[in-house]
Design a protein around this ligand. Structure first.
Ligand code: GLA
Length: 361
């Protein structure tokens, strides 16, 4: 009786009350539910076997970039991450800002069970060391953006590479600069061209040489094209080099500006603004199209007129997919893939970036 009354007080539903009163039914239900639980577990286990391989068997791909602070590289990572999601592999994003970091990243990737690595190396001359270390660790290797250079100074064409058609894109910059100068009716006498160079990097040299080539072909005087060699390939490096150039050519009234990427041109534009040269005196065209969005969003136009927008999606998504296919289906990536670019300016950047799936901050 005591039990009954307790049951009555604690039980919240009539079913519970009736179960407590009938121990045989209770036992039966217990067995049944235990069976259900067990079969449920079994089912769950099967699902996890089918769809999610055990951690150690999962495909892992490292994506190493030389300048993680550059929006360009952040976008490569973003698109590679999309590939990881679509294809179901794990992407390991690594900042490889110097040789030491890159070499230890390879060890860490191998130790962590990665099967492949995509890299934009901080120094193309590290190519042979990277190739050796990835080989030793059984990692597949794909170079993006900056092509490895061997001890003989030649490109290491045996390593699959995806980069831009650097000279053609540079020529596009040169042509557009000349066209803009003409549109604005600037006289050749008062105009010069500042080319921010970074010749130790082949893709950079090809871009700036391409721009110079196109300017000369269009009719720009060769002796008014001035090179400003950058010590570092970032905005401060470009700023410093341009500053020196400006002091050497204080009589120039109007400038055309180009360089290896957006940062190179942004640094130059800032240096020119520092001596009062604004959008009426400067036409700058960058390359990347991803690191200059803030510039286009400014209320008033600056000397940064436009940029050749590259295909960040191909550099991030396609390289990651190529690597995945190589690991899983043994489909080797093409040895040399080149991508193109298109001009964006304040007028069309929002439309074009949106079309390409690039977020606008
Ligand atoms: C180099 C540059 C980057 C970007 C890529 C494109 O790595 O440093 O800013 O232009 O090339 O391939």
């Amino acid at each position: 009786m005591k039990t009954e009354s307790l049951a009555r007080t604690n039980a919240s539903t009539p079913l519970e009350v009736s179960l407590m009163r009938k121990p045989i039914h209770c036992l039966f239900l217990l067995v049944l539910s235990a069976g259900l639980v067990l079969s449920g577990c079994k089912k769950k286990k099967q699902t996890s076997d089918d769809q999610t391989p055990p951690k150690e068997k999962r495909i892992k791909i490292g994506f190493v970039v030389k300048q993680p602070e550059e929006p360009w590289f952040q976008l490569e990572w973003k698109f590679a991450q999309e590939a990881a999601k679509d294809l179901g592999f794990e992407l390991l994003k690594i900042a490889g800002t110097d040789g030491e970091k890159v070499l230890s990243a390879i060890d860490n990737l191998a130790a962590g069970g990665a099967q492949g690595m995509i890299i934009c190396t901080p120094d193309v001359k590290l190519g042979p060391a990277i190739v050796n270390k990835t080989k030793m660790n059984g990692l597949k290797l794909l170079a993006v953006d900056d092509q490895f250079v061997g001890p003989d100074g030649k490109f290491m064409t045996e390593v699959p590479y995806l980069g831009i058609s650097a000279r053609k894109i540079g020529q596009k910059v040169g042509k557009e600069l000349y066209a803009q100068m003409e549109t604005r009716g600037w006289s050749l006498e008062k105009t010069a061209c500042c080319v921010g160079t970074f010749d130790e990097l082949d893709t950079a040299r090809e871009r700036t040489e391409g721009a110079i080539e196109a300017l000369i072909e269009a009719g720009f005087p060769k002796d008014k094209i001035f090179r400003a060699p950058h010590k570092t390939s970032d905005i401060p490096g470009a700023f410093d080099a341009t500053h020196v150039l400006l002091t050497q050519h204080a009589n120039v009234e109007r400038w055309l500006v180009c360089g290896m990427n957006d940062s190179a041109v942004l640094g130059a534009i800032r240096a020119m603004e520092g001596i009062g040269l604004d959008a009426d005196h400067v036409i700058g065209i960058g390359i990347n199209g991803t690191d200059c969005i803030g510039e286009f969003q400014k209320e008033d136009p600056t000397g940064f007129y436009g940029s050749i927008l590259l295909c960040a999606k191909e550099h991030g998504y396609s390289t990651a997919k190529m690597m995945y296919e190589w690991i899983v289906n043994n489909v080797e990536p093409p040895k040399d893939t080149r991508t193109v670019g298109q001009l964006i300016t304040r007028d069309n950047f929002e439309k074009v970036l949106t079309e390409q799936g690039i977020p606008i901050p």
